[in-house]
Ligand binder design. Structure first.
Ligand code: ZN
Length: 214
């Protein structure tokens, strides 16, 4: 465990992160950025190596302060009802590589998944997406294991230290930012951009940028 955790957070600091996660989970569910019980989100407790993440199996609209789970950067559970999200390892890998990141948001958003199927990067077809997101690369899994996925995530984040979002093929959006709110805003922007790109593609105004598999 890093010595950051030696400055233990106050209960207020933990509750502040939990309430921020709750409001962003609620918003994502209400606008159908994530339906059902998929997706997950997490936030770092400022100044510590503690991460608070949604529990596995509960939907965004079922999140409570009790079932948001606190873990260390090494994945050790500190409190919370249930088990942390199955995507915990991906969240922790992002926090470890990017000290600037305070929030990670992940959703199974349909337009982004559709666009990822025929592109290597989701085209940033609006000025807003260009300025706020830069690139939206697509991650294609080289294998079934978590380790294989983490290796690609780490490669993508190391290659571009300013990366803000990525879309995993057949899975969904990962967005990471200086606040969980900004991560969720950026995920909304990815989904909106993908919807526009899809409309342009089906009307014949946008070609696929996917390279053939080697
Ligand atoms: Zn997922």
């Amino acid at each position: 465990m890093s010595n950051l955790v030696s400055s233990l957070p106050t209960p207020d600091a933990i509750m502040q992160v939990k309430h921020s996660l709750l409001s962003n989970a609620k918003r994502a569910y209400e606008i159908r950025l994530q339906t059902g019980n998929g997706g997950n989100l997490s936030g770092r407790v400022p100044g510590t190596d503690l991460i608070i993440i949604k529990a596995s199996g509960c939907s965004f609209d079922q999140c409570t302060t009790e079932n948001l789970i606190t873990v260390t950067l090494d994945g050790e559970q500190v409190d919370g009802d249930g088990r942390p999200s199955q995507e915990l390892a991906t969240h922790l890998a992002i926090y470890k590589l990017r000290p600037d990141v305070q929030g990670v948001f992940h959703s199974h958003s349909p337009w982004a998944i559709a666009c990822a199927s025929f592109n290597d990067t989701i085209p940033t077809v609006t000025l807003h997406a260009k300025s706020k997101l830069g690139r939206i690369p697509v991650l294609r899994l080289p294998g079934e294991t978590t380790q294989a996925k983490l290796a690609v995530v780490e490669e993508m984040l190391t290659a571009d230290r300013n990366l803000r979002v990525l879309v995993e093929d057949q899975h969904g959006i990962f967005s990471f930012a200086s606040t969980i709110e900004l991560a969720r805003y950026n995920a909304e922007l990815v989904e909106e951009t993908a919807q526009i790109a899809w409309s342009m593609a089906v009307s014949g105004h946008l070609a696929s940028n996917r390279e053939p598999d080697a």
